[in-house]
Design a protein around this ligand. Structure first.
Ligand SMILES: Nc1nc2c(ncn2[C@@H]2O[C@H](COP(=O)(O)OP(=O)(O)OP(=O)(O)O)[C@@H](O)[C@H]2O)c(=O)[nH]1
Ligand SMILES: [Mg+2]
Length: 395
């Protein structure tokens, strides 16, 4: 596979192309070469210039690449024109992410969500895609694109498949709502781990609840939400007076330019995060790109309506941070640009290493403080517990 990145003057261009390589590896594809070029704007027909297209073709031949992958989203027409011009299958980052999600989805709901996103993506471009997609659409035919008749047929089939998938998803969603209502009735204090993919959410989850969720050096290792009870020292075995226990959820990671179809399809899963009482925003503190990743996560959180949920920044991978960059204190407060870019927001921050356990006592302390505060306001709101003091005494 040959990677192509077109630099339109973005500040993080190199890192983005590197990330595309990681995504390809995660999907089980080996990048054999990469091409970059600078442009002011995409070419309407080919995305790159025709000279560059020739260069890509030559390099693909030379390196033995059997497929070309663009870092940016291509329009259906650009993709088709490129495939004709290069005489190779051409795909973009969006399809790659869809492919990874398809490979990783485990739960019934996860699979349906991915299926819906893929069908929606596919409905806009009826040309030969990766084999599993071909099978599902009844075989789109040979390269060069299926005939008009076939396209009409495929369109109808995809339309029907979208409807079927939506119906099935609707059913699963209703079940999930019932479960959520149940949890609300139980009134757990819910904490969700959110953050850029590969930040270490699952590793932290495992360290905090002593679970064995799948964690790996891959993008999107986690797709399905896992929830466990979290014991915070004295808040354990439920706080008797308020009836509130603490639960921690590990969720799907975010990535820049998450395909829109995926945000829609994963709405229910992402909604879980938005409904939490507290978000632990896990950051890969050892990654030089972390400020950009934090900004991307804040953006997605705003998109799913979770920007007002209290949030704590957890700077992870402290063990991998150079000595001279280590913070003086493991817990502090920091200023971040707000998601809409209009100002700044103040956020609590803790530095941890999910791997070595450093900073985890400080993180637990902080969680305990938030749970206590919440139980106190909760008790006041519902009239449960005699007074804030008594709630505090129990903790
Ligand atoms: N050095 C170091 N590596 C860590 C730490 N925490 C996690 N990692 C590594 O980072 C990689 C990603 O960890 P995960 O826990 O799978 O990350 P995630 O945020 O759940 O990722 P996705 O589920 O893919 O979004 C793994 O290779 C972990 O071993 C840490 O504290 N220090
Ligand atoms: Mg994970």
């Amino acid at each position: 596979m040959l990677l192509v990145g077109v630099d339109f003057g973005e500040p993080h261009f190199d890192a983005q192309l590197h990330e595309l390589g990681l995504l390809a590896l995660t999907a089980g594809m080996a990048p054999v070469a990469r091409v970059t070029c600078k442009r002011r704007a995409p070419d309407a027909a080919l995305f790159v210039g025709s000279g560059k297209a020739q260069e890509i073709k030559a390099l693909a031949l030379e390196s033995g690449a059997t497929e070309v992958l663009f870092d940016q989203s291509l329009s259906p027409a650009q993709q088709r024109n490129l495939e004709r011009s290069l005489d190779l299958p051409v795909n973009d980052r969006t399809l790659l992410i869809l492919e990874i999600f398809a490979q990783r989805a485990r739960s019934h709901e996860g699979k349906l969500q991915v299926e819906l996103a893929r069908l929606q993506y596919l409905s806009t471009r009826l040309v030969r895609r990766w084999s599993h997609l071909e099978r599902q659409t009844g075989g789109a035919g040979v390269r060069g694109g299926p005939g008009e008749k076939q396209i009409e047929l495929d369109k109808r089939m995809i339309g029907e498949a979208i409807k079927r998938t939506k119906d099935r998803l609707g059913k699963v969603k209703r079940q999930r709502q019932t479960q959520r209502r149940q949890r609300q009735r139980n009134d757990a204090f819910t904490i969700s781990l959110v953050g850029y993919t590969n930040a270490g959410k699952s590793t932290l989850f495992n360290a905090l609840v002593k679970a064995r969720a799948y964690a790996a050096d891959q993008l999107f290792a986690t797709l399905d939400t896992t929830t466990r009870q979290l014991y915070l020292g004295s808040v354990d075995d439920q706080d008797v007076a308020s009836g509130r226990s603490v639960s921690l959820s590990d969720t799907v990671g975010f990535i820049r330019d998450l395909p829109h179809g995926l945000i829609d399809a994963f709405e229910a899963t992402l909604q879980e995060a938005a409904d939490a009482d507290l978000l632990l925003h896990v950051v890969d503190g050892a990654n030089p790109e972390y400020p950009e990743q934090v900004a991307q996560v804040l953006k997605v959180l705003a998109e799913i309506g979770a920007e007002s949920v209290p949030q704590v920044l957890v700077f992870n991978k402290l063990d991998a941070v150079e000595l001279q960059r280590r913070p003086l204190s493991l817990a502090d407060v920091t200023e971040l640009p707000s998601a809409d870019g209009s100002g700044t927001q103040t956020m609590e921050r803790v530095f941890v290493s999910a791997r070595t356990g450093e900073g985890l006592p400080e993180l637990r302390q902080l969680l305990l403080r938030h749970a206590r505060a919440s139980i106190r306001t909760h008790a006041t709101h519902t009239g449960q517990g005699q007074s804030p003091v008594s709630a505090d005494a129990i903790l």
